[in-house]
Design a protein around this ligand. Sequence first.
Ligand code: UT7
Length: 325
Amino acid sequence: MAQIYARITGTGSALPERVVTNADLEKIVETSDEWIRTRTGIQRRHIAADGQTTGDLATEAAQRALEAAGVKASELDLIVLGTTTPDIIFPSTACLVQHRLGANGCAAFDVNAACSGFVYALGIADKFIRSGQSKKVLVIGAETLTRMIDWNERETCVLFGDGAGAVVLEASEEPGIYATLLHADGGFKHLLYNPVGVSVGFKDDEPNHGVRINMSGREVFKVAVKTLDSLVDETLQAAGMEASQIDWLIPHQANLRIIEATAKRLDMPMEQVIVTVQEHANTSSGSVPLALDYAVRSGKVQRGQNLLLEAFGGGFTWASALLRY
Ligand code: UT7
């Protein structure tokens, strides 16, 4: 029997209308456009409107991906949605999106792997397709991370944005995803975390009930660069490929300096790297599929090219996918 691969047959994305520039943030906290640009590469970010949810953005991105793939929602047999900012605690955002799309009946669940959420979801979906369990799968990465922001805290408020991206994966005899790798190390929780929740409880005497991003930026930066270096080596090995065979690097968009370090490891010129961090900032799970959809729709990424997707985030989690588009 021929090997079954999972192929991306459509991509889509969605961004909130409201754009906040670095200059806008200069009016809120003690920061500067110059600091934000040179330390992170970020110039602006999209911020969800009041009442606009992760599920709203996810649904919009999913509809575009389904349209691009020419697949009806009713044909889907699985929806996997990466998010760390679900609309409500349950049902999962995947279930909310499933109903809005009209895909009722298929399996649907969320994956919380922080910024690696979409790549984790893609890895899971790939296994469902390879095993023959699923034929048409919707994979989404969607976030409204700015809902966790303390707008008085300059260390974090300049870094994040909201957005969503999606892909339709279909079973095919043509490659396809060659390899996906998923990793985590919960021993690093203290460097990047949100301290409250249903089980631990909320802090009613703190702004936003204690919901906030705690990040030791410099430490996260160092571990991210080192971890992504070994991740790309491991991914090439798993796919049996050389770095020179990769046409595009589509990395998690947290910091331009981290992206540049990974490109250097691969000996890739920045012309072969998709960079959207200047427009979107860090959208967590939304970041990789937003960058992928931009790359496809702008005509940069072409059919038959090899793409290396990677992400790193809270947990720590880190994940990659090497695929032929
Ligand atoms: O997506 C999940 C994973 N997350 C990441 O990958 C983020 C990884 N970390 C980073 O991207 C970077 O570490 C940051 C962008 C968060 C920070 O850059 P950095 O070069 O590591 O700066 P730093 O944290 O070492 O801070 C340098 C200085 C400090 O001042 P002192 O102590 O040198 O006087 C900060 O107080 O910059 C100051 N600073 C700011 N200044 C202006 C921190 N935030 C700001 C700000 N505006 N917004």
